[in-house]
Design a protein around this ligand. Sequence first.
Ligand code: NAD
Length: 277
Amino acid sequence: MGELDGSVAVVTGGASGMGAAMVATFVEEGARVVVADLDEDRGSMLAKELGDDARFLRTDVTRESDVAAALATAVDEWGGLDVLCNNAGFGGARGPLESISEDDYDITFDVLVKSVFFGLKHATEPMRRRGGGSIVNTASVAGLQAGEAPHLYSVAKAAVIHLTKTAALELGEHGIRVNAICPGVITTPLAVGRPHPTDEQFAKFRERVGPYQPIGRVGEPDDIAQAALYLASPRSGFVTGTSQVVDGGAFAGRSWSRQNRTMTGAAPIRMYRPPGR
Ligand code: NAD
């Protein structure tokens, strides 16, 4: 028995990275999934690989009609909607404040925030008809703490975290749960900074970034897919309005013993023990 047997899901940004891992995991766990993405090549290839339980629909999440169509496809093809992952994203505008144009601002917020709003808006009715559902928004640790990513990306992800809470409060009475995942550094094209990284580029990224993570390795798309599976499944039935950090410990802070060694060059301080103990 799969954890999502009989469920119907939509994953935006499902053609690549953590979205693609969510799609594959959900299908493995018994769900049927609409892959909603701009990338036709990767999206249709993934759906083909997964067979009858996946459909690709070219979707631009900045367009309300496209998001509505992706959710309607789930209902038309498979009779309802149980899970929505609002996951599509990109790096957004970079650089100092004075260099960011109004267009940069608009497209960053359209892709990262407006898309989530459209998903919430159009998932409510089909989920209500089903007696409930689960919505999982991909935010970021950058939405919890400044300085982890460029200005607008950080602010947009903070907005996603807050929208997750406001939506959870409104939709709880319909049995619809809304949660966010805040990934740390995950090995995807977005993090590597190339649309189609080679295996070698992925390997170099892991080698460079892994040692900086408290857990000693960089995150993988499947780490996020497993968190999404938990939030999508009935196992998290009493969990709503939360933001789940999945970052290998990076957001827990800086290790005291390592800081102490760095600052003084000395060995880590040992615990004080009173004489005789
Ligand atoms: P990715 O580049 O592998 O995947 C992002 C997907 O979103 C792509 O398939 C892309 O085509 C799609 N997309 C972009 N704009 C779209 C649009 N307008 N309409 C439809 N689809 C669109 O990147 P990823 O790292 O898997 O990113 C997934 C989510 O995770 C994003 O929301 C991102 O901000 C977030 N995130 C990533 C990291 C990380 O380290 N990789 C960390 C924290 C949060």
